[in-house]
Design a protein around this ligand. Structure first.
Ligand code: IVH
Length: 725
């Protein structure tokens, strides 16, 4: 078998395994075997860059090169649906459809309304060619590279399928609850702002400039709308008139409902291009006639798309109402967020007959589930102090049943929200638990407010240590600035220090930290290393063994590598990843502590906020003292020898752009080489670029720009020579 044939066979096998796993949920090989196949393909592709293909299964991991999204006009506008919130509106919709079809029988397809962000996918000859977000409905962002990393979206359609030569299919990109919760847990650890719900998380992810981030976040996608390609989709504004005419024509032609009138029949042809493989030739003669929305989706399912099974063909209003009723509770057991039901007229001919208003189709409607809401009495507002000193106001209420749990506390977020709500103690408040994790107060029933109630006024001093609170410019939260004396801040920092991804001191936990603090044994993280068995056990013989263990575990943590020490000391906004990048650049705590703002800003991912926070941290005497005590306790204050090995300052201060396909090393290897030698990887060419490391097939626009700016283009060989010198 030739190399190309091997590559093609591996690609096909891997596409099939991807489909089995992510669409059907029925893997047929082990993860290990899958990885082995993938590895083999990666190797072959690296050895034969001439056979690279953007739809290869290897492309699912994304690229960490920054990308800018270009705006693309939708071939067919992406309309929204009109929303309803109650059953009466659904009855009205049903009646309007009935009237619009002059009493002709019709079917309604009821589907779930997925709460993510809509996407339009284009396939040509069975291959994904473009993915565009909704945008303003007329044009959206081209997010194809990011969408390629979503495993349930086929890059290549199932073999032997009768798909059309070119078509567009629409659906929703979602972040499953499990991925969402994991992501937020990680963000919490890194002190990054949490995503309020899976929709925001999915949308933030899909707009990420770095497609490896998208690949890691594990998005999913359900498709729900196969587009009719041949001119049947109405043009909304300008051509309204001609549409009216068309409706008339169809009206006249309308006799037998499920007969297939030529005029509006959707006909899709598979039109292979000559260069294509046999599978497409197989379907050459295959004419697909799709008369209904349901059939379209069933076809799409055969082609390899993920189509929800939560779908029903309704032949009466009662069928529709039963579907609403069933899913209003059952939806809570789904792995993804839904916020309603979408009802669509099934026959495509009837859809066209009913047509569109300026904004939305007349043949479809969205019914939104009621967000679960409860009304209860607000008794008190208390305030929590986090490890960074951020103050969170919390509503304490009479217990009330909400979405299956009893709720008595809800977040009030910040002072602005309290004043917007005009909260008074004793108010009857509305609490909601929508897509959000923590219930929130969304309103007040002011009709029930008696005049004697006192308005809630935000505290001016820390509830824990009494220090006057401060508010930083542009931030909604209040902070307690007493970071070295405020108990929850002190304990919070120690808890962070011992946590798994930081120093990983397993034998300690929040309770022991609290106990040590109460007994006056620890005030800061350095105190941990002075603890003795006698102190911890409090001279209680029953506690000696566990105290011994604790002391040993603390001692052992001294060998934790420098980048984790950097994360553990809790510089605000410096999460795990940032700590790694900073460690790699500055190599030691000493170098970092005197770094200038400009030097800090050179680190990828470090912006003004992080840079300022680092400078502020090292400007505090108390922090310097803690670091010097940690150093004395033996903690790693610089990168280990192995990590430093092979690093040089050869490329220091140089901004390097990588472009094209390489022969000797992979792109990632070149990036790592640049970093190890002190250079900086940048994604786009500007006057600040030192040189472009160019492989084969460098993009023409990049080449032109580099030439225009007189920037040196360096070959792989030249680069390797410099490095090896
Ligand atoms: S059909 C012309 N079906 O809800 C009909 N939309 O306002 C196109 N959505 O923007 C939409 N689940 O993002 C359809 N099963 C479903 C849906 C769905 C979620 C979203 C979609 C659209 C919005 C409707």
């Amino acid at each position: 078998m030739s190399v190309l044939e091997q590559i093609q066979q591996l690609r096909q096998e891997l596409h099939q395994h991807n489909y089995n796993y992510y669409v059907l949920n029925q893997p047929t090989i082990s993860d290990y075997d899958f990885d082995m196949l993938m590895h083999k393909l990666e190797q072959l592709e690296a050895e034969h860059p001439e056979y690279s293909d953007e739809n290869s299964p290897t492309q699912r991991v994304g690229s960490d090169l920054n990308q800018q999204f270009k705006q693309v006009a939708h071939k067919y506008p992406m309309l929204s649906l009109s929303n309803t919130y109650n059953e009466d509106d659904v009855r009205d919709f049903y009646r309007r459809v009935d009237e619009g079809l002059n009493g002709e029988p019709f079917e309604i397809i009821a589907e779930l309304k997925y709460d993510g962000l809509s996407i339009s996918l284009t396939y040509i000859d069975g291959k994904l060619t473009q993915a565009v977000t909704r945008g303003d409905g007329v044009k959206g962002d081209d997010v194809t590279n990011n969408v390629r990393t979503i495993r349930s979206i086929p890059l290549v359609l199932q073999n032997k399928s009768d798909y059309p030569h070119e078509f567009e299919i629409r659906g929703e990109i979602l972040m499953p609850w499990a991925s969402f919760e994991r992501l937020n847990r990680e963000r919490e650890l890194r002190e990054e702002p949490l995503f309020a719900n899976p929709r925001n998380a999915a949308s933030g992810t899909l707009k990420s400039q770095n497609s490896t981030v998208v690949a890691q976040r594990q998005l999913d996608a359900y498709l729900y709308y196969l587009i009719v390609p041949d001119g049947e989709t109405p043009v909304i504004e300008k051509n309204n008139k001609s549409q009216q005419v068309e409706i008339k024509k169809t009206n006249d032609a309308q006799l037998d409902l499920f007969a297939e009138p030529v005029q509006t029949q959707l006909e899709l042809f598979a039109e292979p291009d000559d260069k294509q493989n046999d599978t497409i030739k197989d379907v050459q003669s295959n004419k697909i006639a799709i008369a209904t929305h349901y059939e379209g989706l069933q076809k799409a399912k055969e082609w390899g798309f993920k189509i929800s099974d939560a779908m029903k063909v309704c032949r009466s209003l009662q069928d529709v109402l039963d579907f609403l009723d069933y899913w209003s509770t059952e939806r809570k057991n789904l792995p993804v967020a839904t916020d309603g039901v979408v009802l669509k007229v099934n026959s495509i001919r009837q859809q066209h007959h009913l047509g569109y208003t300026a904004k939305s189709p007349r043949w479809a409607i969205a019914y939104k589930f009621q967000t679960e809401r409860a009304c209860t009495r607000l008794n008190e507002v208390t305030y929590q102090v986090g490890r960074t000193g951020a103050i969170t106001p919390v509503a304490n209420m009479d217990p009330v049943q909400l979405a299956g749990t009893i709720v008595k506390r809800a977040s009030l977020h910040n002072a602005d929200i309290i004043s917007q709500l005009d909260l008074h103690i004793g108010d009857m408040v509305y609490v909601e638990k929508g897509g959000e994790i923590i219930p929130k107060v969304v309103g007040v029933d002011s009709s029930q407010r008696s005049e004697s109630l006192e308005p809630v006024t935000f505290i001016t001093n820390c509830p824990e240590c009494g220090t006057p609170l401060v508010r930083f410019e542009g931030e909604a939260a209040h902070y307690c600035p007493n970071d070295t004396g405020c108990p929850p801040q002190i304990k919070g920092r120690i808890e962070h220090f011992i946590s798994r991804k930081a120093m990983n001191i397993e034998s300690l936990g929040p309770e022991t930290v609290d106990d040590f603090y109460q007994r006056g044994l620890v005030h800061d993280v350095a105190d941990l290393y002075d603890l003795t068995i006698a102190q911890i056990s409090n001279n209680n013989p029953n506690r000696v063994v566990s105290a011994q263990k604790a002391v040993e575990a603390i001692k052992k943590s001294a060998s934790v590598p420098f980048e984790r020490v950097l994360f553990a000391i809790g510089i605000r906004f410096v999460g795990e990843t940032t700590a790694k990048l900073i460690a790699r650049k500055f190599k030691s705590m000493d170098a970092l502590s005197v770094a200038t703002r400009e030097q800090l800003l050179e680190v990828d991912g470090v912006g003004a906020v992080i840079a300022d926070s680092i400078i502020q941290f090292f400007s505090k005497e108390k922090n310097l003292e803690i670091i010097s005590r940690l150093r004395a306790a033996g903690l790693q204050m610089e990168l280990a020898k192995e990590q430093l090995e092979g690093t040089t300052t050869l490329l220091e201060g140089q901004n390097i752009v990588i472009s094209g396909v390489f022969n000797h090393h992979s792109r990632d290897e070149y990036k790592a080489m640049i970093e190890r030698n002190g250079g900086k990887n940048v994604s786009s060419i500007s006057s600040k670029t030192t040189f472009v490391l160019a492989g084969d097939n460098m993009g023409p626009s990049k080449l032109e720009k580099a030439q225009k700016l007189g920037i040196r283009i360096m070959t792989e060989e030249e680069f390797l020579q410099i490095i090896q010198s």
